[in-house]
Design a protein around this ligand. Structure first.
Ligand SMILES: Nc1ncnc2c1ncn2[C@@H]1O[C@H](COP(=O)(O)OP(=O)(O)OP(=O)(O)O)[C@@H](O)[C@H]1O
Ligand SMILES: [Mg+2]
Length: 243
């Protein structure tokens, strides 16, 4: 699958206001795409629509080779192949193990395989020592790591990360960045990640999308960071307010 996600003339409105207006977007399969842009530019809205958690008002999407019809059976099938980590992660009542295993319950895999995947995912985020801990007692950053483990444990085809390291200290964030790269390479998972950290975006990106006022202004490879084509991209990368 070379293009697991395509958007065609996708529009999202809240009341009268258009918050997202994407003419065409194709996400490259097996790559890490980072999404950058100012607050309120529509990054999370874009991710939620792509993850089929929010319905667009116009246009259509193609996800994993299927045109999205927003019909129950199809949504279930497609959503099971994707997972999302947000800035504030919800923890279910129970242990860390239980939280990571959560998404695996509906899948047809043995109890032994569930345990293996949970152990593997927690190892990856450096949280193995917390397996039996009550999830509600974890710090913000620890929760975030568990949320990443939970998202990865299901072995999704597409992984969405919305500012996944914003609560995490620098050395843990560096470790998670390394793991994000490993997940992408070893398991061939397409990753789409929003980040406000431009250094992080640059370190991780095979592809980068700059979004401003609901529009994709520019999409490209590493060149976008060094030779942006649009003045607004250049201003944003310099840390200036974009008009
Ligand atoms: N449920 C909603 N009702 C009304 N407006 C909304 C709703 N959700 C988002 N918006 C508006 O849509 C715009 C885009 O929001 P979005 O969360 O996608 O921005 P963002 O780029 O992720 O910003 P940030 O960097 O702050 O996370 C914002 O102006 C926001 O206020
Ligand atoms: Mg956001």
């Amino acid at each position: 699958m070379t293009t697991p996600l395509k958007l065609h003339k996708v529009i999202k409105r809240y009341g009268e206001r258009v918050v997202l207006d994407v003419d065409q977007l194709a996400v490259k399969g097996g790559k890490i795409t980072t999404v950058i842009g100012p607050n309120g530019s529509g990054k999370s809205t874009l991710l939620r629509i792509m993850a089929l958690l929010l319905v667009n008002d116009a246009g259509y999407l193609e996800v994993l080779g299927e045109t999205v019809k927003w019909q129950k059976q199809q949504l279930l099938r497609l959503r099971r192949q994707m997972s999302m980590v947000t800035q504030t992660s919800f923890m279910f009542q129970g242990t860390v193990d239980y939280n990571v295993a959560y998404g695996l319950g509906v899948r047809k895999i043995s109890e032994k395989a569930v345990q293996n995947r949970v152990a593997e995912a927690l190892e990856m985020v450096g949280m193995s020592a917390y397996r039996a801990a009550d999830a509600h007692t974890l710090s913000g950053g620890e929760r975030q790591k568990v949320a990443i483990a939970r998202a990865v444990a299901i072995k999704p085809r597409i992984l969405f990360l919305d500012e996944p390291t914003s609560n995490i200290d620098i050395s843990s964030a560096a470790e998670i960045e390394k793991q994000i790269k490993n997940i992408n390479k070893d398991q061939d998972i397409t990753i789409i990640m929003v980040t406000h950290n431009l250094f992080q975006a640059k370190r991780l990106a095979d592809e980068v999308i700059f979004i401003h006022e609901g529009h994709i202004i520019e999409q490209g490879g590493q060149d976008l960071f060094t030779k942006p084509q649009d003045l607004r991209t250049a201003a944003f990368l310099r840390g200036e307010t974009v008009f």
